[in-house]
Design a protein around this ligand. Structure first.
Ligand SMILES: Cc1cc2nc3c(=O)[nH]c(=O)nc-3n(C[C@H](O)[C@H](O)[C@H](O)COP(=O)(O)OP(=O)(O)OC[C@H]3O[C@@H](n4cnc5c(N)ncnc54)[C@H](O)[C@@H]3O)c2cc1C
Length: 455
């Protein structure tokens, strides 16, 4: 274990504007915990930065003291990459600044902003960018991996809306990356994760969306699962770019264990197009829940929040599939039938429209083809179920893998999956490694979906 030099820490405390929290401080236990209750780590120091200068000083202290660095944006990474044992947690969650310019339709958001905060700031002006489906997910971590959300059919992934980013490198340098400035770094930040430095702020291009969109949740008894998947396949094969459809198998939130097949559409098109799609969805059967209606875009982005509370226990697996074949449908249904806890879920995110228009090498995120990302969410509250829930996720994944080319979204990767780096970054991996050699040759930033330097 590396010992943090007391004098160096004292000097650092005097200098920075944010807060320094160490074991024994009253807030330490609250601040070290992240969204996934499975992750229970004890850093030597938590630095709660409030600006770029704090981040520079924190990185320099960690490097000089030989401390591992974990960067916390929203703290949602299920593998727990935001926190480490014995090292430094650079916690950006006090960096909440958002500046929206409605004329240029652009926002600058600091590294600790969540999607709920982002949407609140942009929807004041009837503007939006593709963001995550849960309001407490961090803008920074989600964006750096790619960014899937309700608007991806229309506006592309979150990275396709990114205009620029400011980051602090391992050498303590501040760089701005955009199409015109440090262009190669900008390419790598759009999918290459936290490998190149600490991102202190992100600028996004915004688009006219809302304040109301057509969406909500509709859920059918799981016994309608086969028809549900048929209709889902039919709708997603014909869908237009104004429309995205998140769907999957979940449980009723009343704790009864009732299994449901649920869809969460988001449609920004004409009333006629909305009516047609909603009619198709409703043709599945008699819904147990139906809230489909015009609703505030901000509300749509909070609908799923209660189902994924902080400190529940989580383990995720994921892969891309081209098609929901009969075999895939059967696996999804058979596996959901035997979930070991009443919180487990299986979700399908549809890849189409603007999300698949860019070439696979246009950004570091390579998965630009039609299909679906399958997200296997093992979730439970009773720790005695840990083994069975993890085994269920792994078995579901193992069965699905036969129908996948192995591709995976880096933000959904589990910690034991470094062997899947090639599946996450595809043919972009060598170019990302070259970038890592340039910006972080000593792999100071390695507690992420790590791209090891090659020299
Ligand atoms: C409940 C839930 C819902 C989710 N929904 C979606 C969704 O709708 N769409 C989607 O695409 N993904 C979603 N995700 C996955 C999400 O994209 C990743 O978990 C992502 O890592 C979360 O970002 P964060 O800032 O909250 O993460 P953190 O856990 O804070 O950070 C994760 C990692 O990201 C990197 N990182 C974070 N901030 C910075 C920074 N400022 N500078 C440099 N590196 C940084 C670091 O490597 C860090 O270790 C969801 C996750 C959860 C738990």
């Amino acid at each position: 274990m590396t010992q943090l030099d007391a004098t160096a820490l004292d000097n650092f405390k005097q200098r920075i504007s944010g807060e320094v929290v160490t074991p024994g401080d009253p807030e330490f236990d609250t601040l070290r915990r992240i969204h996934n209750g499975m992750i229970d780590r004890n850093p030597a120091v938590i630095v709660r930065c409030i600006g770029v200068a704090d981040v520079i000083d924190a990185v320099q202290l960690a490097v000089s003291q030989n401390l591992e660095i974990a960067v916390r944006g929203g703290g949602h990474n299920v593998a727990g990459r935001a926190v480490c044992d014995d090292g430094m947690m650079i916690d950006l969650s006090l960096m909440k600044g958002t500046w929206v310019d409605p004329r240029s339709r652009r926002i600058r958001a600091q590294g600790g902003v969540t999607w709920g905060e982002f949407n609140r700031a942009t929807q004041v002006h009837g503007l939006a960018a593709t963001g995550g489906a849960i309001s407490s997910t961090g803008v920074a971590g989600l964006t750096l991996g790619g960014g899937f959300g309700y608007l991806m059919g229309k506006l592309g992934l979150t990275i396709d809306n990114l205009h620029a980013a400011e980051l602090v490198t391992a050498q303590g340098e501040v760089l701005r990356a955009s199409a015109d400035e440090n262009g190669e770094l900008f390419w790598g930040l759009r999918g290459g994760g936290g490998n190149f430095g600490v991102v202190t702020s992100l600028e996004f291009d915004l688009h006219e969306i809302g304040p109301r969109v057509n969406g909500g949740m509709i859920a059918f008894p799981f016994t309608d699962g086969a028809r549900f998947l048929d209709i889902y396949r039919e709708i997603t094969s014909a869908t237009d770019d104004d429309f995205s459809l998140l769907a999957g198998f979940t449980h009723a939130r009343d704790g009864s264990g009732t299994k449901l097949a649920a869809m969460l559409p988001c449609h920004c098109g004409s009333a006629k197009a909305v009516g047609k799609v909603f009619d198709s969805i409703r043709s599945i059967g008699m819904p147990a829940v139906d809230t489909l209606a015009p609703m505030p875009y901000t509300a749509l982005n909070e609908l799923l929040d209660p189902g994924v509370p902080k400190l529940d226990l989580y383990y995720w697996k994921s892969c891309f599939i081209d098609d929901i074949s009969d075999d895939v449908g059967r696996i999804l249904m058979e596996q959901f039938e035997i979930t070991p806890s009443p919180q487990c879920k299986l979700f399908l995110e549809h890849f189409h429209g603007a999300a698949i228009k860019p070439d696979a090498s246009a950004t570091a995120f390579p998965h630009r083809k039609p299909g679906y990302s399958v997200l296997i969410i093992a979730q439970w509250t009773d720790s005695s179920l840990s083994d069975s829930c993890i085994a269920w996720a792994r078995e579901t994944y193992r069965r699905l893998l036969e129908h996948s080319d192995g591709g995976v979204y880096s933000n959904y990767m589990d910690d034991d999956e470094t062997a899947r780096l090639g599946n996450a970054y595809g043919d972009n991996l060598p170019r990302l490694q070259a970038l890592k050699n340039t910006y972080d040759p000593d792999n100071i930033f390695h507690l992420n979906q790590n791209i090891p330097p090659t020299k």
